[in-house]
Design a protein around this ligand. Structure first.
Ligand code: HEC
Length: 305
């Protein structure tokens, strides 16, 4: 029997299927991705990294940092809370509304709440329930808002405020999300460690900066120069005993670029695709994003896609 056409069809199906799945679909989903506005401040996000930091990305890539570091924060869920920001004029109605939301509130607790606004009045709830609670509270002329906080192990470790999304990588080529986590996630390394000099010292001698660090030192990114009478302005300010005495450590251009790149890593802008709101301060009612007259900041916190 002639299997020719059957084999041809099977191969065609396998190839076109994978092409559709791996090329066409992602291209539809992400191919047209553009800069977007941050929620609240309305700033353009992301901006391309400065030139030196872009060079640093190539140094990061060339030195295999990605074998130990991911740049991808994950998140498991979002926690919704309702924060009362202003008591309004009708205290009796507000007290009744608060009591309805949380029957455990006695008069004493309610007095304490009203004295120290803004205060969280509903904890750990869903977006729908939080919106309903805000509606109920605002009907009493008080002002309240929903606060959404992403949660999960990565966020608990302080690696970021929210999960990483495709926009975060828009201007990085190649993107290096990484798959190993021998060291901490670096998606927000610049937010945690904004000092370029710290990164330089850490690259030269990780254990001198972080006690017990197992990260390998990248000494070849630095040059040892015989110390002159006056120390070089570019030389690292290392603790005594790290550099051989009589020598100073000067970063090579690659090291400076890499450190600039690390300090530029920051992916915590609040986006529509990752609901996240900052806890309101006393002046939160002046938030330009709040709908006129209302106190519901739900524009600040759309439901997750
Ligand atoms: C063999 C695995 C390994 C490699 C390769 C590696 N690191 Fe690390 N890195 C670690 C470990 C472990 C830590 C945690 C201890 C510390 O802070 O020194 C760390 C910490 C860091 C930190 C501090 C992060 C924080 O939040 O405290 C930065 C920044 C960093 N590494 C950058 C780099 C860069 C840049 C490279 C490539 C030049 C690199 N690492 C290569 C293992 C590694």
């Amino acid at each position: 029997m002639n299997y020719g056409p059957l084999i041809f069809l099977a191969a065609l199906f396998a190839l076109s299927g994978s092409w559709l799945g791996f090329v066409v679909t992602p291209s539809f989903q992400l191919g047209t991705l553009q800069q977007t506005n941050t929620v609240g401040a309305g700033l353009t996000y992301p901006l391309a990294r400065p030139g030196l930091a872009q060079q640093g990305l190539q140094v990061y890539r060339a030195n295999g940092c990605v074998y130990c570091h991911s740049q991808m924060v994950t998140q498991e869920r979002t926690l919704c809370e309702v924060v009362l920001t202003e008591a309004g004029t009708n205290t009796t109605a507000l007290v009744a509304a608060l009591h309805k939301l949380n029957p455990n509130y006695n008069q004493e607790a309610l007095d304490a709440v009203l004295k120290s606004l803004p205060k969280t009045v509903v904890f750990n709830t869903t977006k729908t329930k939080a919106d309903a609670a805000v509606k109920e509270l605002t009907q009493t002329t008080a002002k309240a808002q929903v606060v959404i906080t992403p949660a999960g192990p990565d966020i608990a470790r302080g690696w970021g405020k929210r999960r990483s999304v495709a926009e975060d990588y828009l201007y990085d080529y190649p993107t290096l999300p990484g798959a190993q986590r021998v060291g901490p996630d670096l998606a927000n390394a610049g937010a945690r460690l904004p000092d370029v000099n710290w990164h330089l010292r850490h690259l030269y001698a990780p254990a001198a900066e972080v006690k017990g660090s197992t990260m390998p030192p990248y000494r070849f990114l630095f040059e040892l120069r015989k110390a002159g009478l006056t120390p070089s302005t570019q030389a690292l300010q290392l603790s005594p005993g790290i550099a051989p005495s009589g020598w100073e450590v000067v970063p090579r251009p690659e090291a400076v670029a890499l450190a600039t790149y690390l300090a530029s890593l920051r992916a915590d802008a609040p986006l529509y695709s990752t609901p996240l709101s900052s806890a309101p301060t006393a002046s939160a009612s002046a938030d330009t994003n709040a709908p006129a007259g209302g106190a519901n900041l739900s524009t600040n916190a759309p439901a997750a896609k």
